[in-house]
Design a binder for this molecule. Structure first.
Ligand SMILES: [Zn+2]
Length: 312
C-alpha cells in the first residue's frame, strides 16, 4: 500500500463554517469551533498545510431548490425563523451568518462529492452531514439537506447514477431516507439508536443498535450489515457521514464506543469502499461535547498518513 496517500485526499474547509455566536448554554453541546479545531490539529501535527484546504463556494439558491421547496428556502433566509427551526434561543439576535455557515458547509459537501467522483479518490468536507433535513422542513439541528443536494447536483451534471449513503451518525438519517424514498439508485444505509421514520424500499437498510452499545456490539453490527450492502449494490460514489456521536464521551448520545473503536469504525468503512474501488466523500455530521473533534482528528489524520490504502 502507498505511504503517500495524502496526496490523493482532498480537504474542504473555510472559516465561514465556524459561526461562533451561539448562546453559552449551547456552546457546551455544539462545539462550533470543531472544524477549525480539527484542521489546526492536523496542520499542527505536520500532516497537512493550511494551504492544502480548499474553500468551496456556498450552495446556491438553484442548488437548494434541487431538494428544498421554494417556501422553505424563503423561510430559512429569515434568521429568526432559521434559529427557531434549529431549536436555537429565539431571544438571541441572530443574523445572516447563521445561514451563511450552513450554506458554506453544504457547498463543501457538493465540492467534496464532485472531487471524489472526478478524481476517483477520497474527499473530506470539514462540516455538513445534516441528515435530518427534508424538502420542506428542518429537524434535529439540520436545516439544509447537503448530502441530498450534492447527489442531485452531480446527477444533474450527468456524472453520477448510483450512490450509497453510509450514515454512521448515532441518529437515523431520516432526511436523506425520505428524500430518496422513491429512488432505488440511492441506497440509504443508517446504523442508529432509534428509528425516525419507516421506509418500504429495497435499497434502504436501517440497522438498530442495542442501547448503550460498546465497541464489540457496535463494530459487530457494522461488520455484519454493511458488507452485504456492497455485495448487492454497486455505487459510483459513496458518501460517508462519519458522525462522532456514538463516541462514549459524546454529551448527547448514550453509546459507549471508545476512541479506538471509533477509529476502527472509520478505517473499516474506508477500507471496505477502497478495496471495491468506490470513491468516497466524507462529511462530519453529528458529534457533541468538547471531545468530539478528536474523533475526526484521528480519522482524518489516519487518512492523511500511511493508512488510507485501506489495509493498514
Ligand atoms: Zn447524530
Amino acid at each position: 500500500m502507498s505511504t503517500h496517500r495524502h496526496a490523493n485526499v482532498h480537504l474542504f474547509y473555510r472559516d465561514e463554517y465556524v459561526y461562533d455566536a451561539l448562546e453559552e448554554g449551547l456552546r457546551h453541546t455544539f462545539d462550533v469551533e470543531r472544524p477549525r479545531r480539527v484542521r489546526n490539529a492536523l496542520v499542527g501535527a505536520g500532516l497537512v498545510s493550511s494551504a492544502d484546504f480548499v474553500a468551496a463556494p456556498a450552495v446556491s439558491d438553484a442548488q437548494l431548490a434541487l431538494v428544498h421547496t421554494s417556501d422553505y428556502i424563503a423561510a430559512i433566509k429569515h434568521p429568526q425563523t432559521l434559529a427557531r427551526y434549529l431549536l436555537l434561543d429565539p431571544a438571541h439576535p441572530w443574523d445572516h451568518r447563521l445561514l451563511e455557515s450552513l450554506l458554506y458547509a453544504s457547498g463543501g459537501t457538493i465540492a467534496a462529492a464532485r472531487m471524489a467522483l472526478a478524481e476517483h479518490t477520497i474527499a473530506v468536507n470539514f462540516g455538513g452531514g445534516f441528515h435530518h433535513a427534508q424538502a420542506d422542513k428542518a429537524e434535529g439541528f439540520c436545516a439544509i439537506a447537503d448530502v441530498a443536494i450534492a447527489v442531485r447536483q452531480l446527477r444533474g451534471d450527468g456524472e453520477l447514477e448510483r450512490v450509497l449513503i453510509v450514515d454512521l451518525d448515532y441518529h437515523h438519517g431520516n432526511g436523506n431516507a425520505l428524500i430518496f424514498a422513491g429512488d432505488e439508485n440511492v441506497f440509504t444505509y443508517s446504523l442508529h439508536n432509534a428509528p425516525w421514520c419507516f421506509l418500504e424500499k429495497r435499497n434502504n437498510a436501517d440497522v438498530m443498535l442495542p442501547a448503550r452499545a460498546d465497541d464489540t456490539e457496535y463494530l459487530g453490527a457494522l461488520r455484519d450489515t454493511l458488507p452485504p450492502v456492497l455485495q448487492r449494490f454497486r455505487p459510483d460514489l459513496a458518501v460517508y457521514l462519519a458522525g462522532a456521536d456514538p463516541f462514549v464521551e459524546d454529551t448527547l448520545g448514550d453509546a459507549r464506543v471508545s476512541e479506538q473503536g471509533m477509529l476502527e469504525r472509520d478505517r473499516f468503512v474506508t477500507g471496505l469502499l477502497h478495496e471495491r474501488g468506490i470513491p468516497m466523500a466524507v462529511v462530519m455530521a453529528g458529534g457533541y461535547g468538547p471531545s468530539s473533534w478528536k474523533i475526526y482528528r484521528n480519522y482524518f489524520g489516519w487518512l492523511l498518513s500511511a493508512g488510507a490504502g485501506g489495509g493498514a
